[in-house]
Design a protein around this ligand. Structure first.
Ligand code: CUA
Length: 156
């Protein structure tokens, strides 16, 4: 009789622990849905071309010292195909992918961004030297992966 009661207590304890666990996991999933880890924004990958700033990809001047470049990565290239930005100004790259995972990796810089469908990634960078910078995709994305590249022209 005593043993039976003891088992019941443990059973209840187990159920309560499981319920608590599910609540915590649920809260975490909910929180992540609204604010993903790393402060990244989310986007509907089906509607990239209708969603700002990707509805108008390219360079936008934000203020005297700041520019934003909206870039869509896709198999196997980038939109826009041509990027021209000034030297010595803060350039905020805003990136997403409309198909699979790519990267936006600017040669000879610390810019190495992941382009993930459903996510928007940002990276701020200031070029200190004018010139032409090669951009490569570092994530294997399919048969055209090795041809996926573009160029940034940094002007004075
Ligand atoms: Cu895109 Cu590799």
């Amino acid at each position: 009789m005593h043993l039976h009661k003891f088992e019941k207590i443990w059973l209840i304890f187990g159920i309560v622990a499981l319920a608590l666990f599910l609540v915590i996991v649920g809260i975490n999933a909910f929180a992540h849905g609204h604010m993903p880890a790393g402060g990244m924004d989310t986007i509907d990958p089906e509607k990239v071309r209708e969603t700002a700033p990707f509805d108008n990809p390219g360079v936008t001047q934000i203020d005297e010292d700041t520019y934003e470049v909206a870039i869509i990565a896709m198999a196997f290239g980038y939109n826009p195909a041509q990027i021209k930005v000034p030297v010595g100004k803060e350039i905020i790259f805003t990136l997403t992918s409309e198909d699979v995972v790519h990267s936006f990796t600017i040669d000879d810089t610390k810019v190495n961004m992941m382009a993930v469908p459903g996510r928007i990634t940002h990276k701020s960078y200031t070029f200190t030297e004018p010139g032409k910078y090669l951009v490569l995709c570092n994530e294997y994305c399919g048969t055209g992966h090795h041809y996926m590249q573009t160029e940034i022209e940094v002007y004075e």
